[in-house]
Design a protein around this ligand. Sequence first.
Ligand SMILES: O=C(O)CCC(=O)C(=O)O
Ligand SMILES: [Fe+2]
Length: 324
Amino acid sequence: MKELTSPSLSFDLADHSTPVANLFHQPSTAAEWEQYMLTEEQVKSFEENGFISGIKILTEEQVDLLNNELVKLQSVTPEEKKLFYHYESNESVDPSKVLFHAIGGWRVTPGFHDLIWSPAYRMAAYQLLGKSFRLFHDQLFCKPAKHGGVVAWHQDFSYWTFTKPMHHLTCWIGLDNATTDNGCLYYVPGSHKWGLLPITGLTGDMDAVTQVLTQEQNRIFESKVANELPKGYASFHHPLTMHGSYANHSERPRRAVVINSMADGTLGNTANYERLDALHGFPAMEQDQVLDSRFFPLLFDGDKELGSLTNVPKVDWKNLYKAG
Ligand SMILES: O=C(O)CCC(=O)C(=O)O
Ligand SMILES: [Fe+2]
């Protein structure tokens, strides 16, 4: 697939609240959505374990296109850099390693912009949130070959308490085949039932979080599972699911893009947020105000899109998304 181009695009792609190119064919009927529907078993497994994996989002061609755009995102102009909410060419605490971490790539290139409208992503996310939802933000996590850094064990919502209530979902999409060698993600099944734990650092000591766990939780930690995935495939996890990834010592990079979404109606909760520094590049969010600006586009309106589809398995969201 060639580069995506389109006439009259804004410099800031957040001006466009619908796809700007033709990366994906978009379903126009409820029946067309059905091909992407998760099964009842997948939805139950998500409720039980706090994650599901092996969901195809991208073809190899689409992965290649995003990897080409990624080269551009890793060497942005100062003006483009300002569109990011966060941008660290190397966020690794260990100086011998590299971890590229950026938030906001969807505002900069058409492929990453349109990725958030992937129909396979949107159908699954709707089922796993149980409600219509908006983009919260995207993320890039890239580890180069040989000296890729870690992402320490963490729960996503520990970083997101400037929003409420907790009704969020993370989708991790591999842009390389991810294996234990090149630093794939790991999950602790069932850890989404542990309640909210404090922040213990994202890119330093891999195991820092174990200091704040009970003996029982530390024992369950041993049952962590490697989330190996072919490129273009995704896993989805709950905002409290414990996850992390080890260093990349392999000869291959391990690149990934992450889409974070939130139920429509999610509010700002910034008034007493202690890490305001971390938010300076983020779109404006006001205490108790619905996050519905152009930076938080509505990605799926269940009633509108699926009106005639009645058999869509969905999570029991009232039970699943209770902050601990
Ligand atoms: O890609 C990684 O290793 C970390 C990803 C992550 O923390 C997430 O998807 O929430
Ligand atoms: Fe995470």
